[in-house]
Design a protein around this ligand. Sequence first.
Ligand code: SF4
Ligand code: SF4
Length: 328
Amino acid sequence: MNEDRCIKCGSCTRACPVLNDPLGPGFPGPRGAGVDAPRFPERDSIGQIALMCTMCHACEWACPSGISLTLSMLRLRSGLNEADRLPGHRRMMDNIASCGRTVSTEFKGWREEGNRTLYFPGCIGLGRLTHLTEAASSLLTALGVSHDISSAAVCCGSPLLKIGATGVAEDLRRRNMEVFSRYDRVITSCPGCTNQLREVYGIRAEHMVEVLKGSDPRSKLDGRWALQVPCHLKRGLSPWAADDMASVLVAAGVDVVRVPGEDCCCGGGGGMLAGFPETSSSIARNKVQMYRSTGVDGIITACPFCSLNLGRQGIRVLDIGEALAPKR
Ligand code: SF4
Ligand code: SF4
C-alpha cells in the first residue's frame, strides 16, 4: 500500500492550505485523511470531512515518500454515499441534471461554424464569468485561431470526480467525446478541464497559457500586477507554469510583480467553493491580504476558479486571456 511509506515527517501537514487556515481545523489534514483513513477504514470513517480538501496537490509535492495523497483522497470520496453529499454539491448535481453544467449557463455567444478548433471555457466561464470567455475568444480570434464554442459540450466531469460522483462524470465524458470527435484541437481556460481531458479522456487538450507561449500578444494593461499561479496548472500541467505565465505577460508589456506564495492555493478547487464556502472564502481572503500588502493593482491568473474566488474578496482579478485580449 502506497500509504504505508509514510514516515510521519509532517511536511504535507505544513503545506496544506486548509489545515493551516483559521477555518480549517475540522479537517484532519493530508496525513489524517490521505494516509490514516484509507489504512484504517474501520477506525476512521471520516465521511463528509473527506470533501474538505481543495485538491491543490501541495501535500503531494511536499511528501518525501512520494505518496499519492490526492489520489487517496479521491478514492475516499468515491466511496461516499448520497446521504454524505453536501448541500452545495447537491446543487451542482441538480445543475448537471438540468443543463449539463455545474452552474447555470449564462453565456450566449455560441460559435458553431464548423471550425476545426474547439474553445472549451468550462462551467464557470459559461456561467459565472462570461466576460472571461468572451475575452479569451476574442484573443484567440486576434491570434488567428478560428474556433467554435459549442453549446453541445457539457461539464468535463472533473468537479464531479472531486465530489465522488464518478458515474455522472463518466456519463458527461461520453457526451463530450461525441462533440470532441468533430474537432482536431481543443483549447481550455481552466486547468482543471485541461487535466481532465488529458488524463480521463486521453485528448491532448491545450491550456490557454500553452497557446500563448507560442504567440506574440500585446497588452495595454497599466499598473503593477501579481500572479495567482493556479494549483492545477503548476502541479497538474507544468511545474514551469509560473515562469510561463510571467514571460508571456512581460513580453506583452505587462508590469508583473512576482510575490512569494503566488503558487499557493486560492481555496476554490476540489469542490470546496460549493461544499465549504466559508473555509474557501477564508483561504481567499488571507491570500488577497497578502497581495494587497505588496501594493499591486491587481492579480492575473489562469483559472476561472481562482478568478471567481479571489475576485469575491474585492481585489481586481483578470484571467490571462482578459489581460491580453484586444478589447477589454
Ligand atoms: S490536496 Fe491540498 S488541501 Fe488537500 S490535503 Fe493536500 S495540501 Fe491539503
Ligand atoms: S509528507 Fe508524506 S511521509 Fe511526511 S507525513 Fe505526510 S504523507 Fe507522511
